[in-house]
Design a protein around this ligand. Sequence first.
Ligand code: CP
Length: 315
Amino acid sequence: MRHLIEPADFSDAETLAVLNLADRISVNPSAYAHVADGKVLATLFYEPSTRTRLSFESATLHLGGRTLGFSGAEQSSATKGETVADTARVVSCYADIIAMRHPKEGAPLLASRYAAIPVINAGDGGHNHPSQTLIDLMTIRQRKGRLDHLTVGFCGDLKFGRTVHSLVNRLVRYPGNHFCFISPEELRVPGYVIEDTLVPSSATFEEVTNLEENLPKLDVLYMTRVQKERFFNEEDYLRLKGIYTLDAEKMKLLQPDTPVLHPLPRVDEIAMEIDQDPRAAYFTQVQNGLYIRMALIMTLLGLADPVTGEKVLTC
Ligand code: CP
């Protein structure tokens, strides 16, 4: 049995196979309408979500399966003191696969050690969000035609931004990538990402504070929200929250084929006036989320692609 807790849980070949499966689903979704007939996905969300929970549920329904779960810790027996380990054991009796979001880093990993069914980390604190990473890779590949030799700018809250940590973890595996980390001093990429992920890789990186100066050189721009829920001090949040805003003026500094990604939700870091710009890729990411999560559920349940007859995971 396999889980997806962090991006490295899939090999490079397996990651590519999931992306290829998602591409095939995107061109002919109806061919996959009964792949998971009778299967049940449990969404255990101890933290708020719109896209991730609903897209996992929609993905299951589009595959012919069913869903159950909760969308807040207060709706579960966590309020009575039940542990994540016990919850994972219990839900294993009711479902075939779990998607779990939790504010505590490592909670989905713990769940995977006690569950009798595959567990997907749907976001753990400021740590990882590996299914979002697959969406981001799919979108970058669609827009740029490759995942290597890219200068990728990450802008905003790089300290708590789990989507950034996970995407960097994956992109370092492709040759020739350079990262431009754009953030205020207080929201820089955590030391463990630099030491454990960046330094051992062949990727190069720089840490800067100015957005405008760095826009012209980027092949991909990945914007992020300053995450109010992760701050201990409201004063710090209020001081930092509006620090970067991408608007029509700044878009003039970007190359004509540089896509703008954002995992969403956004607050004020991307002005709505650029939503119609062809480089705005964040709603494409949302659509790709459905196809990636269909592919991921099929992968972890060991379901063969009805079009090719192949399974992504062979072990
Ligand atoms: N991208 C993402 O994780 O969005 P939600 O928080 O709405 O799930």
